[in-house]
Design a protein around this ligand. Sequence first.
Ligand SMILES: *Cc1c(COP(=O)(O)O)cnc(C)c1O
Length: 360
Amino acid sequence: MTVPIRAAVAALPAYQPGKPAPAGSFKLSSNENPFPPLPGVLEAVQASCAQMNRYPDMGNSAALEALAAFLDAPELPVAEANLALGTGSVAVLYHLLQAVCEPGDEVVYAWRSFEAYPIAVQVCGAKGVPVGLKGDATHDLAAMAAAITPRTRAILVCTPNNPTGPIVRHDDLVEFLAGVPDDVLVVVDEAYIEFVTDPAATRGLEIWRDHPNVVVLRTFSKAYGLAGFRVGYAVAEPRLAPALRATSLPFGVSVPAQAAVIASLAAHEPLMARVAELVAAREELVAGLTDLGFDLPSAQANFVWFAAREQTMAYAAAFAEAGLMVRPYAAGDASDGVRVSIGEPEANARILTVAADLPR
Ligand SMILES: *Cc1c(COP(=O)(O)O)cnc(C)c1O
């Protein structure tokens, strides 16, 4: 006899982490920020390390206070009671689904989208209902609406969509939500919100203000460059936020991570300058690739998407050959492609050089 593993866990697809970059090559496989820590962050973190013998503040109160002050606006009041912090927004998503899903409940999401979604759904015993993207790699909201059943407990909307890049339009999401029952949780995952330049894009906090069943997820991993510290958060109505905290692992967000959040929020201007640089690099890369004849989907985050299909592994190999570790998605179907993160200027230039010789 052996210890039984829950069927839902035994059947989990493995999360494929981005490949580490060998010496002399660039890691463009995890949508990380290529910049060093923001001004003041390293110092704050180092100072906080003197507290390592103490448990972190379980309520994350200083970090939540700073975050509420950062997000709060006259038209869009956000209070600490609306916030829950977790060890990355992926962890917050796990807590959310655990808080609302019973075994067998359905969770609708676009596909291809963030590969943590099907895993998170299965871990909590729910059933994933993937809905194919449209030809332009955007969410097919009409098909997602049609996929709602009495068993639907949650819907995940990723804007901009990882790994393909396009946003969900604000007006389209508002219209979609009008057809979603009030008791279905809708998660708006804005992991890349800082990089968005399309004025038509979803404004998650506005959507959240007008719909109590909406939760906005954000992260410090991408624009803020804190991927290694694991901090993300949810903005939710005051009844959902405590449920989220209740399903969280206690003391998850570490002492240095809480310090890093506070210092990062204080470095808003340098943050936005870096984001602007990455966005400019993205636009330059998209223009260069378009000149080469690539027909890319709209790129609104810090990566570009090649719908390489059966050439996916060949593309990844060509990039690796040139010292660029990229992220192939090769399930063997029409959704296959390669995601390439915007990185250091030298890496971005090299992407174009490699792309010129890629098979079409
Ligand atoms: C990177 C990412 C996240 C955030 O991950 P963390 O757990 O906060 O590091 C969430 N959603 C999407 C779509 C992402 O790409």
